[in-house]
Design a protein around this ligand. Structure first.
Ligand SMILES: [Cu+2]
Length: 646
């Protein structure tokens, strides 16, 4: 029996949905199940539910019956084992399907023109040719109308376990009709009579056996928690220190945080990565079409990987499996998809009273809730951190392998950087959009842009030093499309005008851009700017609407654009003293470097949600000092590595 309306999807529920769909004749020959997901209860329904009340769950299934642009969305009542709603969606494409992508690879391999293009490059043994299907984007190619398309690019591995990205088969692109498994066009950008760009001379293997000798002077770091972790997990309810939240999971968003509270006070109703896009900056035909919506076209949940103790996560770990549906509509469980653990995070606060020499210090600790998705060549780790002092942080860790480009040895292009002999990587961006449904001490909130204002030298500022905080209410959607500004320390504060703190100010939480972050660099009239409108500004604010979840709309694959945030905010709805949702677009502009090859050291991006007058004082005052013996200063042991705290 399901314990809570927001409990994680259970494999038995997927099995019921499969049974109901089969019995209804929806799973016809050739049909693919795109997803089966929980219909999340609305905020009102959740508020009305009390422990002990029956839990009535509905699932939503999306089915692609055939190669046309028709999808069927069905709502299934789990307890009643029946379909309660059925609608047909025309003209849209789902995320790329795994089965179809696999068939696209086989179709390329079998195509004589493709084989001929390989032969021109001296590749006759095609067993180790790696083919990566990419989402196609939307460029107005007539032949692609009404079809689900992938653009396949190729790489050569020396052996099955080689890193294919070391040797792009440059200039060769295959357009495949995914629904029909047919090659539409083999495009060889090296015209007949010209020499194709040769394969790069060096490999790019990153495994230990190919990078020996390994360094030998790293001594072990052991994380021990002899009394176990300080958090508890009951169903999907996580409690740690004064925090409480429910874990959620979605094939596209990956990890979702539901009903995040501190000391029983509401902060976030729901938080997730709603979309992300990776647009490339090369204008040429070989790389210029590349832009992947890694949430909406691939799925950060669908591409998530099982995590391993001692490697991905250290310490006392609690793993949670991700339950989804495979393309046959039966349960698909990714074991150990979500990792939870505590981390010591240096000092939390400290002061030495110089009059008395008295020394007070507290350790900072955070609860880490994470998952890691492998989307083609890249890895994205999503790490939510909760801190003892009320801070909430999302850190995205970007790693994996660059998308590469073959160039003549010694060469590059104006739009790529060389990373190895004969190998370059085009410039690109990774732009994420977090959907943050803040409910700060209740649902009626408003958003203020806060920044500092500098005053001109004059009678009010005789020494020219003055600056002061200013707060501007973001009154409606059109005026709430904002960008970061480091010089003015710009941030956005969500306040509850009905609840004041002990200095008479409304309680609030502040969204803080912790790192420099770009917006989309593509021109406003470009295809990608229309499709990834969310990335054109760092901040968007909307009034709560449970149907508005994904920043580029529900079906961004090959979509011509305009969906999601630009469409929703066109009505310029009121944002004052209502239930607000923040959308924060952030990320990195990646100018590849040799050090990013053959596997990229983690690059970080993210943001912070910090209490701003939510508490009356430092909420970590009650964190106890480290136990005696754990923390000591003994001068005669100052060089003793056994001393735990200096
Ligand atoms: Cu990158």
């Amino acid at each position: 029996m399901t314990a809570h309306p927001l409990s994680l999807l259970h494999a038995d529920e997927v099995a019921v949905a499969h049974e109901v769909l089969s019995a209804a004749g929806e799973l016809t020959e050739g049909a693919a199940v795109v997803h089966i997901v929980l219909v999340e209860p609305t905020k009102e329904a959740l508020a009305a539910w009390a422990p002990g009340d029956p839990v009535h769950r509905q699932l939503k299934a999306l089915i692609v019956p055939g190669p046309e642009l028709t999808m069927v969305e069905l709502t299934i009542d789990v307890a009643d084992r029946r379909i309660v709603d059925r609608r047909t969606i025309e003209g849209m494409r789902p995320a790329l399907l795994m089965g179809e992508s696999f068939l696209a690879i086989l179709a390329c391999h079998a195509h004589p023109e493709y084989q001929a293009a390989l032969a021109r490059r001296g590749i006759t043994d095609t067993a180790n040719v790696q083919i990566d299907p990419w989402p196609a984007g939307s460029f107005g190619y007539g032949v692609e109308e009404g079809r689900r398309i992938a653009r396949c690019i190729s790489f050569l591995r020396e052996t099955e376990d080689d890193n294919g990205y070391a040797r792009p088969i440059e200039g060769l692109i295959v357009h495949v009709d995914l629904g029909r498994g047919e090659v539409l066009e083999v495009i060889d950008h090296a015209p007949v009579g010209t020499e194709p760009i040769p394969l790069a001379p060096q490999g790019g293997r990153y495994t230990a056996e190919h990078n020996s000798p390994m360094r030998t002077d790293l001594r072990p770091v052991e994380i021990t928690q002899p009394e176990g972790p300080s958090f508890t997990v009951d169903d999907n309810l996580v409690r740690w220190q004064k925090w409480s939240l429910r874990l959620g999971w979605d094939p596209y968003e990956g990890l979702i945080l539901h009903q995040l509270t501190y000391d029983g006070r509401s902060i976030l109703h729901r938080a997730s990565i709603s979309e992300m896009v990776v647009p490339y900056g090369d204008p040429g035909e070989v790389h210029g079409w590349k832009n992947a919506f890694d949430a909406g076209e691939w799925g950060l949940g669908r591409m998530t990987q099982s995590l391993t103790l001692g490697c991905d996560c250290l310490g006392e770990i609690h793993y949670v499996d991700a339950v989804m549906a495979n393309e046959q509509g039966t349960p698909w469980v990714v074991p150990n998809a979500i990792c939870m653990h505590e981390e010591d995070f240096g000092i939390g606060w400290k002061h030495v009273d110089l009059s008395t020499g008295h020394h007070e210090v507290r350790r900072s600790r955070r609860l880490v809730i994470s998952h890691i998705a492998t989307v083609g060549n890249y890895e994205y780790g999503f790490f939510w951190y909760l801190y003892l002092d009320g801070n909430i942080q999302l850190e995205v860790k970007l790693t994996g392998i660059l998308s590469t480009q073959g160039v003549p040895v010694g060469g590059s292009t104006p739009f790529s950087n060389p990373i190895a002999p004969g190998l370059a990587a085009p410039v690109h961006q990774h732009l994420f959009c977090a959907r943050l449904d803040l409910d700060v001490d209740g649902t009626e909130n408003r958003v203020e842009e806060v920044q500092v204002e500098v005053l001109p030298t004059g009678p009010d500022n005789p020494w020219g030093n003055a600056f002061r905080p200013v707060a501007t209410v973001l009154e409606s959607e059109a005026g709430a499309q904002r960008d970061t500004d480091a010089r003015s320390s710009r941030a956005w504060r969500v306040v509850n005008p009905n609840v004041t703190n002990h200095v008479g100010r409304p309680v609030g939480y502040k969204l803080v851009p912790t790192m420099a972050t770009p917006t989309l660099l593509a021109q406003p009239d470009s295809s990608i700017a229309k499709r990834a409108g969310f990335a054109r500004h760092n901040l968007w604010v909307t009034p709560y609407d449970p149907s508005e979840i994904r920043a580029a709309g529900e079906f961004p694959n090959q979509h011509e654009g305009g969906a999601g945030l630009p469409e929703w905010t066109a009505g310029d709805r009121n944002l004052v003293d209502t239930d607000v949702v923040l959308w924060y677009s952030f990320g990195v502009t990646h100018l590849p470097r040799p050090e990013d090859w053959p596997v990229m050291p983690v690059e970080y991006t993210g943001f912070l949600l910090a209490p701003f007058g939510f508490f009356d004082r430092n909420p970590a005052l009650d964190v106890p000092p480290s136990p005696p013996g754990r923390c000591h200063i003994e001068t005669d042991e100052a060089d003793d590595p056994g001393s735990s705290c200096h």
